[in-house]
Ligand binder design. Sequence first.
Ligand SMILES: Cc1cc2nc3c(=O)[nH]c(=O)nc-3n(C[C@H](O)[C@H](O)[C@H](O)COP(=O)(O)OP(=O)(O)OC[C@H]3O[C@@H](n4cnc5c(N)ncnc54)[C@H](O)[C@@H]3O)c2cc1C
Length: 384
Amino acid sequence: MSENAPLVIIGTGLAGYNLAREWRKLDGETPLLLITADDGRSYSKPMLSTGFSKDKDADGLAMAEPGAMAEQLKARILTHTRVTGIDPGHKRIWIGEEQVEYRDLVLAWGAETIRVPVQGDALERIFPINDLEDYARFRAAAAGKSRVLLLGAGLIGCEFANDLSSGGYQIDVVAPCEQVMPGLLHPAAAAAVQAGLEGLGVKFHLGPVLNRLEQAGDALLAHLSDGSEIPCDLVVSAVGLRPRIDLAAGAGLEVNRGVVVNRELRTSHANIYALGDCAEVDGLNLLYVMPLMACARALAQTLAGKPTAVSYGPMPVTVKTPVCPLVVSPPPRGSDGEWQVEGSGADLKVLCRDAAGRLLGYALTGAAVNEKLSLNKELPALMA
Ligand SMILES: Cc1cc2nc3c(=O)[nH]c(=O)nc-3n(C[C@H](O)[C@H](O)[C@H](O)COP(=O)(O)OP(=O)(O)OC[C@H]3O[C@@H](n4cnc5c(N)ncnc54)[C@H](O)[C@@H]3O)c2cc1C
């Protein structure tokens, strides 16, 4: 390895850029190289599901060009550059035929959208939205259109349903689950959010999946598995995300749901770390900003020579469905509690307590979200 090999970070999402920023506060000298497959603009991904309400298109959501980021971080940033392999034995990575050496390597390459199998002649009208470039493509396709079919009723699907409705679109949501945000949300709170979205005119089709999407004149016709047909102009796919693990697995790094790391964010190989959506930290793969920020602060310390373990406190999730505000904090894994529903209509306080009465988790909707700060004080940490 050459004397002055850089810290190499793959990814310029919130994980990559926040880590770089935190680390530069501690080390202003070591060369830093960031590599990204996309255009490298700095933006906040959570804002993608608020574009219409905030009246911002993709360019409006971008906060800084990669050139400005390079200057700020004293870094080189390679954009539209896809890493194709890791060679841990020689401390280098591959970009096609080209090799790049590293002092330490950080995987911050995120998660990829899951695609569901659909038949038909209009598949190019299905838009996944998982980064700013996806969003730009979707906004271009949606211009002048009025009906959007949304696949997926998870957190991201519900946020898009709310935002696109605010943007004037007629929304049909199709998902095979029985309630919105299954797995994340208590059924009572899910019903409140669904009712709020229905109040905006969103139509839910829970149970069936999209089988076929076909051209029908200027528009499209969606054929669902229950035999129903929905006319629409384009489809947004928000059926879920899966951490990117293939390149890590190919290099012999331990992977599970995500790239496996310990609380110091170290992978199974020396000098290779991971954080953000791609990382499974001590068994937890949480696709949210709060854990990612905690990891960025801890890993910056470790990379600057002071090994530091991350520890997650309570991490409630604020869901951006303004028509029915929602904050949810699922009980920690393995905990056992009983749920109780208080309130009525749109304003629900759904609490999960253990046998001793201790709060394990909650879902708050409508006016009840105001109680979040006081309840947060009672919540258990996600990492003991
Ligand atoms: C619509 C939406 C709304 C959300 N809202 C919220 C919210 O309200 N609150 C919240 O906490 N979280 C929210 N999230 C989740 C949050 O945005 C993510 O957890 C976070 O942005 C992940 O950041 P990341 O840097 O790990 O990954 P990403 O932002 O996905 O970045 C991955 C980077 O790696 C690059 N890359 C990937 N593969 C390669 C390769 N082979 N070579 C080179 N580069 C590569 C990509 O180009 C990109 O630069 C939302 C997500 C979405 C999609």
